[in-house]
Design a protein around this ligand. Structure first.
Ligand SMILES: [Fe+2]
Length: 351
């Protein structure tokens, strides 16, 4: 059956009533009118056709109108329900309004014109309710779709994060492959910097940034010729200028990775000094992020305490002296140096 025209069902045990209403409606409206003279037959009709509105008598032998309309509601939840009652059934009509959301009750005898008006208003209400229900269902579908996409994205994000972490580890290894004197250096800088950060009670996300930055702080050395990196003698001013570029190159390498925004700032600033004598920007004091000041200190310490192309490893005491001297000169963060030295002296750091 086409759903263009509205379908209505009239149920009354008196055939004269159903015939009379349906004849009037067929003559004056474009409604599809179904009739039934007992509720069981009525329910079959509701089950079989897309009934939009039901007009039912109250007193019927098989089942009363209230029970009948309650069952209609189970089959066609949006159908508009109208009770056609005698005056004495008013109380039942009120009960029906509360219990099954009855739309209207019409007292017998009824006025045909009035009845048509009520039917059309009821049909409009039904169509609004159906529309609203469809919208709600659409929203619920969207909500579950959003949840599904969110979960998918979460999995993707976790995978991506893992990939990026692997890329970082590969990058760190790439530096060591090129600069043989940094072998093990990045790993040690990472461990020392994280320990200092923990001692400073930095939050977990900052510790993570320190860890990543420590691993890749010298990534820019990929852009420095090996002959300069591994030169055994003293570097010329020009060669030193080439080496200095590794902070900026490192930052450039990190730029395409959004997750490295905070890290790349540390990569750029890990050779800055508090007194402005560092490179590449000559930043001063607090302009240098704390994470970077930590990495600078442990980077210098590890470089001093390792064999380099141009000199052998220095004694622990000499390394500490040099760091403390740089604090006095206003170059290194005194608090960070003090923490590192204390941790070394108290055996909290294994060298
Ligand atoms: Fe460096």
């Amino acid at each position: 059956m086409s759903k263009e025209a509205n379908c209505i069902l009239i149920v009354d045990d008196e055939q004269m009533i159903t015939d009379s209403i349906s004849a009037y409606l067929e003559l004056t409206t474009d409604l599809h009118v179904f009739t039934a003279n007992d509720p069981v037959e009525g329910l079959k009709c509701v089950d079989q056709y897309p009934i939009d509105l039901v007009i039912s008598d109250f007193l019927m032998p098989e089942m009363n109108g209230l029970e009948f309309l309650r069952r209609v509601k189970e089959i066609q939840q949006d159908a508009t329900l109208i009770l056609l009652t005698g005056y004495a059934d008013k109380e039942n009509a009120i009960r029906a309004i509360n219990q099954i959301g009855l739309y209207y009750y019409i007292e017998k005898p009824w006025n045909n014109e009035e009845l048509v008006k009520i039917i059309y208003n009821g049909l409009e209400k039904k169509s609004l309710i159906s529309e609203l229900r469809e919208k709600i269902e659409e929203l619920q579908i969207s909500k579950s779709e959003i949840n599904r996409l969110y979960n998918l994205l979460k999995v993707e994000y976790e995978n991506e994060k893992e990939n990026i972490e692997n890329v970082i580890i590969s990058l760190a290894k790439a530096i060591e492959a090129k600069d043989k004197y940094t072998e093990g250096h990045t790993e040690r800088v990472k461990e020392l910097a994280v320990k200092v950060g923990q001692k400073l009670k930095l939050p977990a996300e900052k510790l993570k940034i320190i860890k990543t930055a420590a691993m890749i702080h010298d990534i820019g050395k990929i852009g420095v010729p090996e002959a300069i990196l591994n030169k055994p003698g003293k570097l010329t001013q020009e060669e030193f200028a080439v080496i200095e570029k590794h902070s900026i190159i490192g930052e450039e390498i990190c730029k395409p990775l959004n997750t490295l925004v905070a890290t790349r700032k540390i990569v750029r600033t890990h050779h800055e000094k508090l007194d402005g004598s560092g490179y590449p920007d000559g930043l001063v004091g607090e302009e240098i992020p704390l994470e970077s000041r930590i990495i600078t200190v442990v980077d210098i310490f590890d470089a001093l305490y390792s064999d380099r192309p141009y000199r052998a490893k220095l004694s622990l005491e000499r390394c500490i002296e040099i760091l403390e001297e740089d604090v006095r000169l206003g170059k290194l963060d005194g608090k960070v140096v003090k923490l590192l030295v204390n941790m070394i002296r108290q055996g909290e750091i294994e060298l």
